[in-house]
Design a protein around this ligand. Structure first.
Ligand SMILES: Nc1ncnc2c1ncn2[C@@H]1O[C@H](COP(=O)(O)OP(=O)(O)OP(=O)(O)O)[C@@H](O)[C@H]1O
Ligand SMILES: [Mg+2]
Length: 699
């Protein structure tokens, strides 16, 4: 297992690794460079096949701006109606469309394919995983991935999915400013009471976060976000555009309205970016583009050569720098802080390498507080430190540091649930669903009673408890995760059977408490107040959420079944699976078989879950697979109907008639749903549930 940190940036992505024995953290090379442009493009082979290119290749070979995707991070987890999506549409040439007729997720038309931002990000992450693995001489399996502090649940989920699709186990998603603070060492002993301002000016976005290091009741340090602001459309790119406009003004002053083609504009933008960077070291830099344009259709080619000074750039970008400082002031004002209250200012993002940006921050806070160390890499470096730190659990009872995967302490044998990472730094995440139990509530025999509400920060610092009335001695506690008021509409995470002590009064109180740790493991404790009765059990919601079958099944059997089904699926539906997705499934099968050989319980369940998810997300192949299964169980007339529609979809696909295929696929989807509802007595509408319980055609 090799764990790395990845900063999946809007403009650039960076990977890093921490070596605990050497106490060093290093940036890893992708395409022999420390920064990978977060850009994906499409190329066409001579035979008409299309394939994706990522990073430098996508930027430099970019011939077609309509199929070269920049800034995909801005679209993560968004739907087509959102304002941010409209803004991206305005600024970039690629076409944003709904993922399908029934799915409004924003997706991008790339040549013949429509790809979701998750898929595109997964291509970037996959490239990083492969290249970095080659460099390290070992397969990279795990990662801590950073996301902006303002990312919501859907955007975080999309990022997590992208990483999983790229074959990475996500150890944690962590906020970018927090990662930066870790890289800058704001987690070491004696840092309590620090108030840290993270000024992150990247390629396209500006984020300002105010972090406080606080200590909880158990003496654990954690970073709290005490304030945040930003501008989604402010960054180094805007600096480049101002330099471009400045040079164009000079060209116009000299040549009137010359003929400027797309290629020249692209070269000028690249040159402006280079100039901006060089001005960090020197007072002057040149824009130099030989044979740039013609003044008239048969006029000679003109060479562009202009000198740009640091002072000029400072003047050009001054209004933008002032805007960043106004946002800094607003964060301070909101928290009722003055610059004196801030102990450290961390400069993050490539654009803080611009001299006048740094000067503005220093003049507000004083040189002694402002720190700049590898601003383009520090987010990835912090993630790498965490990737290493979270691999190791400190036993809450005896302090022994255990292996990441351990359930119980190797020394004192106590449970490690709720144990903190050995680094002593706890990073909080929020639950995306409520956790609770099914109980009788008034007239409702199937009420979902929440114990941990949706949006609760976890790991919990102490368990959350509710009191119930026990109807008899045998108590069943069905644990569900979801947000529906009817318990059975939420996913079952497990059932705990409890036998209460003899001689208890009828209708006695029973206390049920849930703990939820950093690995998303639920520990349920049932107590009877006033007695010594305690019974506890642990559940692993992750495996169930990932789509694996009920926890009763042995993990080895579960994985074996998943491998069988998915191998059959790939063989039978091969021509309907996108090539990149097929590669992903194959690499997953390979890893799953490894996990099977290793017989590691947790890993086996995880891979089974991931394989089922691949099965669920294979687009057209998934639809056809569901259709086959559902048809097999349907009445003859309906079976015929489903099969006919599936045949239409196949034909349209073979004829490359996308419009007809999409339409037939939608109708087929509706037929599948209708039949599923019928087969399950009206309750079940998720085909994947059916697949996992029984699978006659899969074997
Ligand atoms: N030496 C330099 N001087 C000035 N600007 C620089 C320098 N090096 C890189 N940059 C700029 O930094 C920006 C990229 O920064 P970075 O890689 O931190 O962004 P990102 O994290 O991908 O984007 P975002 O923060 O918007 O998500 C680009 O605009 C680039 O031109
Ligand atoms: Mg960044």
């Amino acid at each position: 297992m090799k764990a790395i940190g990845i900063d999946l940036g809007t403009t650039n992505s960076v990977a890093a690794v921490h070596y605990p024995d050497r106490k060093t953290t290093e940036v890893l090379q992708v395409d022999a460079k420390p920064h990978t442009p977060s850009v994906v493009g499409v190329r066409t082979r001579k035979n008409g096949d299309e394939y994706a290119v990522v990073g430098e290749d996508a930027v430099h070979g970019a011939k077609d701006s309509t199929t070269t995707v920049f800034s995909v991070k801005r679209l993560m987890g968004r739907t087509v109606g959102e304002p941010q999506v409209a803004e991206v549409s305005k600024r970039f040439d690629y076409e944003i469309v709904p993922a399908s007729e029934t799915d409004p997720t924003a997706a991008i038309r790339m040549g013949k394919e429509v790809r979701t931002p998750t898929e595109i990000s997964s291509l970037i992450l996959h490239k990083i995983k492969q290249d970095v693995g080659r460099g390290l001489g070992t397969e990279v399996t795990h990662a801590v991935i950073t996301v902006p502090a303002y990312f919501e649940i859907a955007q975080r989920a999309a990022t997590r999915q992208a990483a999983e699709a790229a074959g990475l186990v996500v150890k944690r998603l962590i906020d970018e400013p927090t990662a930066a603070a870790i890289a800058y060492g704001v987690r070491e002993v004696g840092t309590t009471g620090k108030r840290v301002l993270v000024y992150d000016l990247g390629g396209g976005t500006f984020d300002i976060s105010l972090l406080q290091m606080v200590q909880d009741g158990d003496g654990r340090n954690h970073l709290q976000v005490a304030g945040a602001a930003g501008d989604n459309w402010l960054g180094g790119d805007d600096f480049d555009h101002l330099i471009v406009d400045h040079v164009l003004d000079q060209i116009r002053a000299e040549y009137g309205e010359p003929m400027l083609d797309q290629k020249f504009r692209r070269l000028l933008k690249e040159s402006a970016e280079q100039v901006k960077r060089r001005l960090g070291q020197s007072e002057f830099a040149e824009v130099n583009i030989p044979g740039a344009f013609r003044t008239s259709p048969d006029g000679p080619l003109v060479d562009v050569f202009y000198e740009v000074t640091r002072e000029e750039v400072k003047r050009l970008i001054a209004p933008l720098v002032a805007r960043t400082m106004a946002l800094v002031d607003s964060v301070l004002a909101e928290g009722n802080f003055t610059p004196e209250d801030i102990t450290d200012v961390l400069l993050v993002g490539g654009s803080t390498l611009t001299t006048s940006v740094r000067e503005a921050v220093v003049s507000r806070f004083g040189a002694d507080k402002v720190r700049m160390d590898k601003p383009m890499e520090c987010v990835a470096l912090g993630a790498a430190i965490l990737a290493d730190a979270v691999s190791g659990l400190e036993c809450p009872s005896c302090g022994t540091v255990n292996d990441d995967e351990s359930e119980n302490c190797s020394k004192c044998k106590n449970s490690l649930h709720g144990a903190m990472s050995a680094s002593g730094l706890v990073i909080y995440e929020q639950t995306t669903m409520a956790l609770g139990i099914a109980a009788v509530d008034g007239d409702n025999p199937d009420a979902f009673v929440e114990i941990i509400p949706k949006g609760t920060q976890y790991p919990l610092t102490k368990p959350m408890t509710k009191v119930f009335t026990a109807a008899g001695r045998q108590v069943r506690v069905p644990v569900h995760e979801g947000v529906h008021k009817i318990a059975s509409k939420n996913r079952v995470q497990g059932v705990i059977e409890v036998e209460l002590p003899e001689g208890l009064e009828p209708n006695s109180d029973v206390e049920v408490s849930f703990n939820y740790d950093g690995d998303r493991v639920v520990t349920v404790v049932v107590r009877v107040p006033g007695t010594t009765f305690v019974q506890s059990a642990t559940l692993h919601p992750k495996a169930v959420e990932n789509g694996s079958p009920a926890p009763q099944e042995e993990s080895t059997e579960e994985l074996e079944r998943a491998i069988d089904i998915v191998e059959m699926f790939v063989a039978k539906y091969d021509s309907y699976i996108e090539p990149w997705h097929r590669d992903r499934i194959k690499s997953r099968l390979h890893n799953a078989k490894d996990a099977f050989r290793r017989q590691d319980d947790k890993e086996q369940r995880r891979y089974a879950g991931l394989l089922y998810r691949d099965l669920d997300t294979s687009g057209l192949a998934t639809t056809l697979y569901y259709a086959d299964i559902v048809a097999e169980r349907a009445e003859p007339a309906e079976c015929e109907n489903i099969r006919r529609k599936a045949q239409e979809v196949r034909q349209a696909h073979e004829q490359k008639n996308d419009a007809r295929r999409a339409l037939s696929e939608k109708v087929l989807g509706e037929l599948i749903q209708r039949e599923l509802r019928k087969q399950s007595g009206g309750a079940l509408a998720d085909p994947s549930d059916l697949l996992r319980t029984k699978n006659p055609s899969a074997r």
